[in-house]
Design a protein around this ligand. Structure first.
Ligand SMILES: [Zn+2]
Length: 138
């Protein structure tokens, strides 16, 4: 399917969709290290949803989601695509459905999951508290 994106734009988009090495993801990894919680594994494909960070023994999964690509209910997530709107909206709907299915699968297999949204990484103090509470609880 042609999508009118240059190869550079497309790979940036796919990276954002998959959440690989995006800036929000780097922010969260740095936060986990600063909280003294370094034992996470990255992008384990054998865990439902391929979490951005996972603590295998504790069965804790952390997802870092781009607001636009994962359809967050925030201004960035509600932004309409400028080009190929139908194509991207369909793609985003697919991501939202897949995210929900992954969270259900994780819960069914005894995992606890935390979703961190890109927009939350702009308030580091608040995000730090949220992540800290999640890790302390389980
Ligand atoms: Zn958001």
């Amino acid at each position: 399917v042609a999508d009118n994106l240059s190869p550079t734009q497309r790979s940036a988009a796919m990276r954002a969709v998959k959440g690989r090495d995006t800036k929000p993801e780097r922010v969260v990894r740095e936060l986990l290290r600063s909280l003294g919680e370094p034992g996470y594994r990255l992008h384990r494909r054998d865990i439902p949803g391929t979490p951005d960070a996972a603590y295998l023994g504790r069965r804790l999964a952390i997802f870092v989601n781009g607001c636009f690509w994962h359809g967050h209910d925030c201004p960035a997530g509600r932004r309409a695509p400028q080009t190929r709107a139908t194509y991207w909206q369909k793609k985003i709907r697919g991501n939202v459905l897949r995210d929900a299915a992954s969270l259900t699968l994780l819960a069914l297999s005894g995992w606890r999951a935390l979703t961190v949204w890109e927009c939350e990484t702009r308030d580091l103090g608040r995000l730090r508290q949220r992540v800290k509470r999640f890790l302390a609880r389980f």
